[in-house]
Design a protein around this ligand. Structure first.
Ligand code: NCD
Length: 319
């Protein structure tokens, strides 16, 4: 039997059985979005605090909607407009939330390790919504969900993760999740945007997309994270697009049935052309939609729903 999940801090903490459980739970919850009233009472009376100390569009809205669709009360907290901007320590902020009796915290932070730290200060589930360059587990889970939906058995897939690996928490979580599920992963990146630890990732590394384009099932493009770069990691955006970018010519060389993914936000014209981003084989909007069901699933599992879907409210959801 799968162990209980206490926090969601890193993809490293999840074995294949736990990932399957989360994806299967998300699959059952997905249909709530198709109902006229998109809400179930599963987390009624529970309070989820969304603590977003770094900018976010998709992840923040998606966690917000996920908690609301499960009928939780949601508090949203950002760095700006709170006492964090007055220099209140992370620990004191955490103790304030604890004193208010919240039931779970979703945290995004510039600092790698902040969710782990938070989990040591408070005794409620902590969900990592992206910490520095470190981890973004719900992004990896929604991506695995999307790949499984479009392509089936994850262990049979060859996925290329392309671009700014160095600064990307998505890449770290994505590769761990894919490797845990037995997928083959190839990294494509400028040498300057590869982390020194890449040898230990269990992946192949190639210089150019053209080396593998006709063999992959998924081209997973990463955003070039200009805000985390000082100085030149590559000659120019044009040069980047030419060597590492996804364009129509490359898309046409991909296998039948293969897909293109991007976590957003996109730099159109840099890592992906508009032709590809808006093509039917790009499943970027599906990733966003699936993110809600996946975040509902992790909130549900962390806030009391057992693997068997115990409890009357969950039974209603899982039926
Ligand atoms: C990612 C993030 O914030 O890490 N975006 C997201 O959550 N959808 C990727 C990125 O910012 O490039």
């Amino acid at each position: 039997m799968t162990a209980r999940l206490h926090h969601l801090l890193s993809m490293e903490d999840l074995d294949a059985a736990m990932i399957e459980l989360i994806l299967d739970t998300a699959h059952k919850l997905h249909e709530i979005a198709d109902r006229p009233i998109k809400k179930v009472p599963t987390l009624r009376g529970r309070t989820v605090c969304n603590m977003f100390l770094e900018d976010s569009t998709r992840t923040r809205l998606s966690f917000d909607l996920a908690a609301k669709r499960l009928s939780a009360d949601v508090l949203t907290f950002t760095g700006k407009g709170s006492s964090v901007s007055k220099g209140e320590s992370f620990r004191d902020t955490a103790l304030t939330l604890k004193a208010m009796g919240i039931d779970a915290v979703v945290v995004r932070s510039h600092s790698s390790g902040a969710p782990q730290q938070l989990a040591s200060y408070i005794d409620v589930p902590v969900l990592n919504a992206g910490d520095g360059w470190h981890q973004h587990p719900t992004q990896a889970l929604l991506d695995l969900y999307t790949m499984r939906h479009h392509l089936g058995d994850l262990s049979q897939l060859h996925v290329a993760v392309i671009g700014d690996i160095l600064h990307s928490r998505v890449a770290r979580s994505e590769v761990q999740g894919l490797r845990t599920m037995g997928a083959r992963v190839t990294i494509v990146a400028p040498p300057t945007l590869l982390p020194p630890s890449i040898q230990g990732w269990g992946v192949d590394v190639v210089r150019s997309i053209d080396d593998i384009i006709d063999d992959i099932d998924v081209a997973y493009l990463l955003r070039v994270q200009h805000e985390r770069m000082q100085g030149g990691f590559f000659p120019s955006s044009r040069e980047y697009a030419r060597i590492w970018g996804m364009n129509g010519d490359r898309l046409r060389r991909m296998k039948a049935g293969s897909i293109v993914m991007h976590p957003g936000p996109m730099n159109r014209g840099v890592e992906i052309t508009s032709e590809v981003a808006d093509h039917k084989r790009a499943v970027i909007s599906d990733q966003v939609t699936n993110g809600i069901a996946v975040r509902m699933a992790v909130l549900y599992l962390l806030l009391g729903g057992g693997p068997e879907g115990a409890g009357h409210a969950s039974a209603e959801v899982m039926a």
